[in-house]
Design a protein around this ligand. Structure first.
Ligand SMILES: [Mn+2]
Length: 489
């Protein structure tokens, strides 16, 4: 793929150069926040920015904005961690600029090799001396009053990890768009996402209150420096990108701390069109997710394996050594994952009823797999096998056959399930809970056997029509057999 000169970084860096480094962005705090008063005696913060191959003007705007919007007596220092960028302007020119503009305030840390954003943040933490450490991507802008509520919440309780609310700097025109008050959740692949705040937050009716959050997006978080060390920082065995933000959320909650989003503290962040770290972020997120699963998720860990369609045994991915992380969990006497799901992330869907999962193949058509087809057709089809979400089948104890990427929270629809509606010769894909006839959504299936509907007795089969293609149909059983990739014993 070709990127124009101003799109190299995933945002319009040409435009960035024309925008003032000292611009102010809109104040999107809930009204009440502006009336709140804070102690004069708050702890100092070290602001840590990490970057790799980022536009100089965007990094400098992050720095200017931090200085302009953090009271000077609360700002201990700014630390810039360069994760071994290639760009020349990020070497001497960057350092000369910040030393001249902010003498004594800015430290630059250079990684000698590319470590990924997880270990880059840890390097920044090592260099920090403030009582509090704030970690930010180097493409953010702060707003007035962002720091005081954060520092105040941590002063009250050092075991709180605080996330400023995130607004969006549009990558094409740099306008700032207000985001709704949200918590940060994630899917079983451990991709993070915004979710609605918990019910008790809505019930309280005060939009300035902290929002309990199960995890964090990760582009912006603030934590007591020593407490962060005590709970084992981020997992240094994770490479490149992804998973560390979920691990921290789970770990903090299970090991005696908490995590919350503060609507009164707002930081705007550029959602980049592409990330510079690596061409294969999916692989690293998958690997890092398996580390989280193995260390923290107990009996729920195979949810992550299902989501990524990996066998539980020998998944074929070297996740490295997790023994130190397991020892950390033990030494901190952390609670179990079930407690976390029950109390911190009750919205998350659980799939304990799964007995088999993965692609489903028929013995008469080996190169095609069961596939959910176009969403709007509500009909399962056959499609060349690729093993991604649309082909993730899941057979349950109840005999349901779900098809599609694993669901996330109960706030969103669940994966649909296969239904024989009697009338059609094609298998329907419907919301299982809305199908009244219990039998028409239940299937008999054992490995290398037929898939037979308990209501109609029809079998799920393939019909090869030669040049006209291959259909997935329901009909009287002719002895076709199906195999599914993975089993849970
Ligand atoms: Mn970012």
């Amino acid at each position: 793929q070709h990127w124009g000169p101003h799109e190299k970084y995933g945002y319009n860096s040409y435009l960035s150069e024309k925008i003032s480094l000292d611009r102010s962005i809109p104040d999107y705090r809930p009204t009440k926040c502006k009336e709140l008063k804070y102690s004069k005696d708050l702890p100092q913060i070290s602001i840590i920015f990490i970057f790799v191959n980022e536009a100089l003007s965007v990094i400098l705007r992050s720095v200017h904005s931090a200085v302009n919007h953090t009271p000077a007596h609360l700002l201990k220092e700014i630390i810039l961690v360069d994760d071994n960028s290639d760009e020349e302007e990020l070497k001497a020119p960057l350092e000369e600029y910040v030393n001249k503009r902010y003498p004594g305030l800015v430290k630059v840390v250079r990684n000698q090799k590319r470590e990924g954003l997880i270990r880059a943040r840890i390097e920044g933490w090592k260099a920090a001396t403030g009582q509090i450490t704030g970690f930010f991507d180097a493409h953010v802008e702060f707003t007035a009053g962002w720091a005081e509520p954060v520092l105040s919440r941590i002063q009250e309780n050092r075991r709180r990890v605080i996330l400023p609310s995130i607004d969006n700097i549009k990558q094409d025109n740099f306008e700032v768009q207000r985001y709704e008050n949200s918590a940060h959740g994630y899917s079983w692949e451990l991709w993070c996402m915004y979710i609605s705040p918990p019910k008790d937050w809505w019930d309280a009716g005060d939009p300035s209150l902290p929002i309990r959050t199960p995890a964090m997006i990760g582009c912006s978080f603030v934590v007591h420096r020593k407490f962060f060390g005590e709970i084992g920082l981020l997992d240094p065995g994770m490479d490149v990108y992804g998973g560390e933000n979920i691990e921290l959320g789970i770990k903090v909650w299970l090991c005696g701390g908490s995590m919350e989003v503060l609507p009164c503290s707002r930081v705007a962040h550029i959602e980049r069109k592409k990330k510079p770290y690596n061409n294969n972020i999916g692989f690293y997120t998958k690997r890092n997710a398996l580390r989280v699963a193995e260390v923290w998720m107990d009996d729920y860990k195979w949810h992550v394996y299902i989501a990524w369609n990996l066998p539980l045994e020998n998944p074929g991915i070297d996740i490295g050594d997790v023994s130190e992380r397991k020892a950390l969990r033990k030494s901190l006497k952390c609670k179990n994952f079930q407690w976390y799901l029950d109390h911190v992330y009750p919205e998350m869907r659980r799939y304990n009823n799964t007995v088999a999962y993965g692609e489903l193949r028929n013995n008469k058509a080996k190169d095609v797999c069961l596939d959910q087809g176009p969403q709007e057709n509500h009909t399962a089809i056959l499609y060349p096998c690729h093993g991604w979400g649309p082909q993730l089948a899941r057979y349950t104890k109840e005999g349901f056959l779900h098809l599609g990427a694993l669901g996330t929270t109960t706030l969103l629809p669940d994966t649909r399930c296969l239904v024989d509606n009697v009338k059609s010769r094609f298998p329907q894909l419907l919301d299982c809970e809305k199908v009244k006839s219990s039998l028409h959504k239940r299937w008999n299936f054992i490995q290398n056997g037929a898939i037979l509907n308990k209501g109609t007795g029809r079998c799920l089969e393939v019909e090869n029509r030669g040049m006209a293609g291959i259909d997935l149909i329901l009909r009287s059983c002719t002895g076709q057999r199906w195999t599914i990739k993975n089993f849970i014993k």
